[in-house]
Design a protein around this ligand. Structure first.
Ligand SMILES: [Zn+2]
Length: 277
């Protein structure tokens, strides 16, 4: 299932619509005609939803649900798929086609929307800074809950999913049962910074969360992407990048979590940089 970085990477590809008056097609949303011929002002993502705002301040909202998928190509191109096309937005040279996702709406305000209003600050929203992320750690709704659960709860921070959960915990040197209120203020700062840094790195590198220096070395050694992609996620039995102990796999909240039980994690290496990138 796509996590924040994968969703935001698609939003980056949709930027070609900005400033254009795209041709809109949706067999399922006749109201879309109202936006025909209107110019696109903003394109972005929040949580697992894409938001395309047109002049006149109407926003086309498309939630990916479990199976949604964007395909990018030439206008009018027919994709080889059995999926149903739900929406397409095309210019002279490019077209974005959304398959399978059925949760598509036109919104005049975002505030009261049932999905958007429940989302916490998005790790990859350029307007979200560390203070907003830290405020969630201090919030009574979250401060007494375990990070294993919080890091998958989109009302806490929007964006992380299963791989980011393991990666964030490892780099912050924290166990899954840690609660925000167990942390010092400095540890909370570091957790927020690492979470945002890893999400940004993953967006920029198409899914890599491991440290660039370690990746560089692993590549030189002839390792595969699957081997060096993450700090701990999907690395059961492989040596920890920091202490060489085998990585362990556990289940938390019914989902896989990977960790090293022997060392304090990758935080020291991550925090040597002013920005985790
Ligand atoms: Zn280790």
């Amino acid at each position: 299932m796509p996590e924040g970085p994968e969703i935001h990477a698609q939003a980056v590809r949709l930027q070609f619509l900005k400033g254009e008056r795209p041709r809109l097609v949706s067999p399922y949303l006749p109201e879309l005609e109202r936006l025909q011929g209107k110019r696109v002002k903003e394109v972005g993502a929040r949580g697992k939803a894409f938001l395309i705002t047109f002049e006149g301040n109407r926003t086309l909202y498309a939630h990916m649900q479990l199976y949604g998928r964007w395909v990018f190509g030439k206008p009018g191109q027919v994709d080889k798929t059995n999926r149903q096309m739900r929406l397409s937005l095309g210019t002279e040279s490019q077209e974005a086609r959304l398959y399978s996702a059925t949760d598509i709406e036109i919104l005049s305000t975002l505030q009261q929307h049932p999905y958007l209003s429940k989302l916490g600050p998005d790790l990859l929203d350029p307007g979200v800074g560390l203070p907003e992320l830290k405020a969630q750690l201090l919030d009574r709704r979250f401060s007494g809950r375990r990070l294993a659960g919080l890091l998958l709860d989109q009302s806490f921070w929007a964006g992380p999913g299963n791989y980011l959960r393991s990666e964030i915990l490892f780099c912050a040197g924290l166990t899954p049962e840690t609660r925000p209120r167990d942390l010092s203020s400095d540890q909370q700062d570091q957790l927020a910074r690492i979470a945002q840094g890893l999400a940004r790195r993953s967006l920029k590198t198409k899914g890599l969360t491991n440290h660039p220096k370690l990746i560089q070395k692993a590549k030189k050694d002839g390792q595969t992407r699957r081997y060096y992609r993450h700090w701990v996620f999907n690395r059961l039995g492989r040596p920890c990048w920091i202490c060489q102990s085998p990585i362990r796999k556990e289940e938390w909240g019914g989902r896989r979590l990977y960790r090293c039980l022997e060392c304090a994690g990758g935080g020291e290496l991550e925090m040597q940089f002013e920005d985790v990138e």
